[in-house]
Design a protein around this ligand. Structure first.
Ligand code: KDG
Length: 312
């Protein structure tokens, strides 16, 4: 296994029309979750990825697992729970630059994830463990599970990648900050947006922020600044890597997961940090061009064609 990730995926309902959702009568049904988005992005690029989760014993759970398996992700560690439903969320395109999400995920099957759902050998078989700051917000058992997963990874020298994915609707602010700082101090690689970095350390200046993350314990931190690009920092190096402008952003949700998939793919292919961040930026740009979190993510051929076109 190249990468193992763990977290909740939900049924995603998107109205066919924009505007207030109360007037919507028709919806598209998709699946989305930061961790499975990352897994799908990596699988499309040919990497071996496993997703650990729980789904309800219901039609949505069955369809979700088929979809993620169909994308080439290993789902052998997904458990089916007959006492809780698969989570659901709605994405409302209210008006330009006003996208809202509504969760129906409380007490979902995935919120019952706990340390017993982790198979230590499975985690040990990976090069990277990917986690997000969404999962510890879902329940006490999810919180515990995340720290057990980190502990298992560290025990077997599996590198921990932390993508904060701050979802304010799920958190008490103080608890979120404390949890993110605790995870960041244990992670090898942290991938915050600039706003998330500011949330964690109360610092807006990107150079100072990069330094704070490194002092806090990470070997690599990549601070994303949206379409502009991203800055990477290590103990002895830092650089800005420009992004790829997109003519029309159709759906910004999932851009960060695309970035994480591209960046980790670059590390797996042993690219330089600069090139790995560039691949992350490219996948972020692909993700936003299509409605849905993962539908726009490229396979290897599409990605290389994109880079060739950009260099001509
Ligand atoms: O990164 C996008 C995902 O975060 C989103 O589609 C759903 O996982 C999700 C969440 O919890 O918000």
């Amino acid at each position: 296994m190249d990468v193992v990730t763990v977290g909740e995926t939900m049924v995603l309902m998107t109205p066919d029309s924009s505007g207030p959702m109360r007037y919507a009568n028709e919806f598209m049904r998709k699946f989305a979750g930061a961790e499975s988005n990352l897994a799908i992005g990596l699988a499309r690029l040919g990497h071996q990825v496993g997703w650990i989760s729980r789904v309800g014993k219901d039609e949505f759970g069955k369809a979700m697992v088929s979809f993620i398996r169909g994308e080439g992700v290993d789902v052998s560690q997904v458990k089916v729970d007959d006492s809780a439903p698969t989570g659901l969320y709605f994405k409302e395109f209210r008006r330009a630059n006003d996208l809202r999400v509504y969760y129906y995920r409380k007490n979902s099957a995935a919120s019952k994830l706990s340390p017993v759902d982790l198979n230590e050998e499975y985690i040990a078989s990976a090069k990277f463990l990917h986690i997000t700051g969404i999962t510890p917000a879902l329940s006490d058992s999810c919180y515990e599970m995340i720290f057990s997963a980190i502990e298992m990874a560290k025990k077997h020298s599996v590198k921990v990648v932390f993508d904060p994915n701050l979802r304010r609707k799920l958190w008490d602010e103080g608890k979120a900050r404390e949890t993110f700082l605790k995870i960041a101090s244990q992670a090898d690689i942290v991938l915050p947006g600039l706003d998330e970095g500011e949330f964690m350390f109360g610092e807006k200046d990107v150079e100072k922020l990069g330094k704070l993350f490194i002092e806090h314990g990470s070997a690599i931190v990549v601070i994303k600044t949206g379409a502009d690009g991203a800055f990477y920092f290590t103990n002895d190096d830092h650089r800005f890597v420009p992004g790829f402008p997109v003519a029309k952003v159709v759906d910004p949700v999932g851009a960060g997961d695309g970035f994480a998939a591209g960046f980790i793919s670059g590390l797996l292919d042993e690219l330089s940090l600069y090139e790995a961040v560039k691949r992350g930026n490219a996948l972020g740009a692909f993700a936003v061009t299509v409605n849905g979190d993962v539908e726009g993510l490229p396979d290897r051929d599409e990605l290389f064609t994109f880079f060739n076109e950009k260099s001509n």
